[in-house]
Design a protein around this ligand. Sequence first.
Ligand code: ZN
Length: 65
Amino acid sequence: MGMDEKLLELLACPQCRGSLALLPGKDGLLCAACGVVYPVREEIPVMLVEEAVPLDKWSGSKPAV
Ligand SMILES: [Zn+2]
């Protein structure tokens, strides 16, 4: 089972409480407001500020903007 949109609705950025966007590769959740990506490991989102990766350092899939 992958993450679905319902789960995504429940998730919020731990820093700004903003909404998140699942990256195309489903390997991370982007907070556009903070400019960081929260990794998704084995389909589990890691919603920890310490684990957030700045978007310019993120090596996974890129947002489709
Ligand atoms: Zn945020």
